[in-house]
Design a protein around this ligand. Structure first.
Ligand code: PXG
Length: 458
């Protein structure tokens, strides 16, 4: 830690005392994820509390939440039902094992989730994160084929620019070079489809981009290259978030589904970002009209307040695991915290909140207003090369500064935070995904603050 850090920390200490928080004596020991740690320690951005649409930083300044935390706090912050449910649960049953043992809430929750999922995704396996959901779904796919006597189906197909978390499975099917290159070869039998980001043809499209449905034919090429009978599953984010909001051209996902069906390949949708109302339906599969064989979720499941993930599995996949002797374990997989009571309580209260407040369809109601406000930013800065939107998701892509890719993006993140707005940045793409409780006035505020910031970017 250098002297700057000491100075900024002691300046913060008084604020902490006033807020009745324990001030960190040092920022040294916490190794932050996906962060430039030394840069952060020199100029920390610390959030201390949150309510509704706003965070407050440690100085008590309001920060409008333009990203639902990290795409997860879909019901907004400090929602009374969730606070009450989690508090009550920790006092009633803090933990229960779910290996050859049970407790009521995961059964109740799975039934509730089944009711909002597309048919025939009728069974739910609980995890603690998106990464675990992805690795779980990939393992179920491999085991399902093997169980049915097709153990040669070991290949997994992802896409370029995909993000499926950081486990070895998700990393391997993922397609972001920085997330892969440091960590060895990954899973052995993986290939990647082309992505659908085509700024040259689709720049500034409103909603789904018109061009690129033919990119689905890339799956046919890969299938033929490897022999269809060796492929277990294709995993796709219906809309990718982490890579900077990449949308599917109309008909693209339908075509992927057809090719999977023709060759007996399972289709997994990674809905970690798109699930729980982000695009105006409980899941993107429903809005986009394509039903996968499995769906991976996390984030909005508990509105972000307790870690939890869920894998939705189709009836026919689940059924195949139920054929052995009744006393035999059907899937050798699971986590200590699978179905954790606190997470289940949070998820049930989040579902109540989503349903009572109509949040699963709110993104549809606001989509046009959101879209117009977002696209009006186009003239704010000469470096904007694309703007993309769908549901309550938005992205503004800036041209990289020559020799310094990511520098403009980081400046936007930093200046927006100082201005009172939380945005998310990947490279030079600014991504927005506000809590679904957002009002038109908040939308106006998000775009006016972002516009001001963009105008300062050289
Ligand atoms: N799949 C998808 C599609 C995701 O977006 C994961 C899996 C992994 O989830 P966990 O819970 O293991 O982190 C994600 C996570 C960003 C950002 O800024 C996105 C994610 C995580 C952190 C930041 O775009 N997505």
């Amino acid at each position: 830690m250098n002297r700057n850090d000491d100075a900024s920390l002691s300046a913060l200490a008084g604020q902490y005392a006033r807020l009745n928080l324990s001030a960190p004596a040092s920022l040294d020991a916490f190794w932050m994820p996906f962060t430039a740690n030394r840069q952060f320690r020199a100029s920390p951005r610390l959030l201390a509390s949150a309510e509704g649409m706003y965070y407050r930083d440690v100085e008590g300044r309001p920060i409008l939440d333009g990203t639902a935390g990290l795409w997860c706090c879909n019901a907004g912050h400090a929602r009374p039902r969730i606070i009450e449910a989690v508090s009550r649960q920790v006092a009633t049953l803090d933990f229960a094992p779910h290996f050859q043992m049970g407790s009521p809430l995961p059964f109740v929750l799975a039934q509730r989730l089944k009711a909002i999922a597309p048919r025939p995704l009728d069974h739910v396996f609980f995890t603690n994160s998106g990464s675990e959901s992805v690795d779980t779904a990939l393992k179920i796919a491999l085991a399902w084929h093997r169980m049915r006597g097709e153990g040669q189906r070991v290949r997994l197909i992802g896409r370029e620019k995909a993000y499926h978390g950081v486990g070895f499975g998700g990393m391997s099917v993922g397609g972001l070079p920085n997330n892969r290159k440091w960590f060895g070869p990954g899973l052995p039998a993986v290939d990647h489809l082309r992505h659908t980001l085509d700024i040259a043809r689709n720049a500034f499209s409103r909603g789904l981009p018109p061009h690129g449905v033919e990119l689905a034919e890339d799956l046919e090429r890969i299938v033929q290259l490897h022999d269809p009978s060796t492929i277990a599953a294709v995993i796709i984010e219906p809309i990718s978030g982490s890579a900077g909001v990449i949308l599917p051209p109309p008909g693209y996902l339908q075509r992927i589904r057809e090719i999977c069906d023709r060759y007996g390949i399972l289709l997994i949708f990674d809905e970690v970002i798109t699930g729980f109302g982000r695009v105006g339906a409980p899941f993107a599969a429903q809005r986009l009209g394509v039903v996968p064989d499995m769906m991976t979720t996390a984030k909005g499941l508990t509105s972000g307040c307790v870690p939890m993930g869920a894998v939705f599995v189709s009836e026919r996949i689940h059924e195949a695991f139920m054929q052995g002797p009744e006393g035999a374990i059907d899937l050798f997989h699971g986590y200590t915290y699978t179905g954790h009571p606190l997470a289940c309580a949070a998820a049930l209260a989040a579902l109540d909140t989503y349903e009572e407040e109509g949040l699963f369809t709110r993104a549809l109601e606001l989509e046009e207003y959101w879209q117009e406000g977002l696209h009006a930013l186009r003239g704010a800065c000469p470096h904007i090369i694309d703007i993309r939107n769908y549901g309550l998701i938005g992205a503004v892509e800036l041209a990289p500064r020559p020799g310094a890719p990511g520098a403009r993006g980081y400046e936007v993140l930093e200046r927006a935070f100082r201005r009172g707005l939380l945005v998310r940045v990947t490279g030079d793409t600014v991504a927005l995904s506000p809590p679904l409780i957002v009002e038109r006035t908040h939308i106006d505020d998000i775009f006016s603050m972002l516009g001001e910031v963009l105008a300062t970017i050289q």
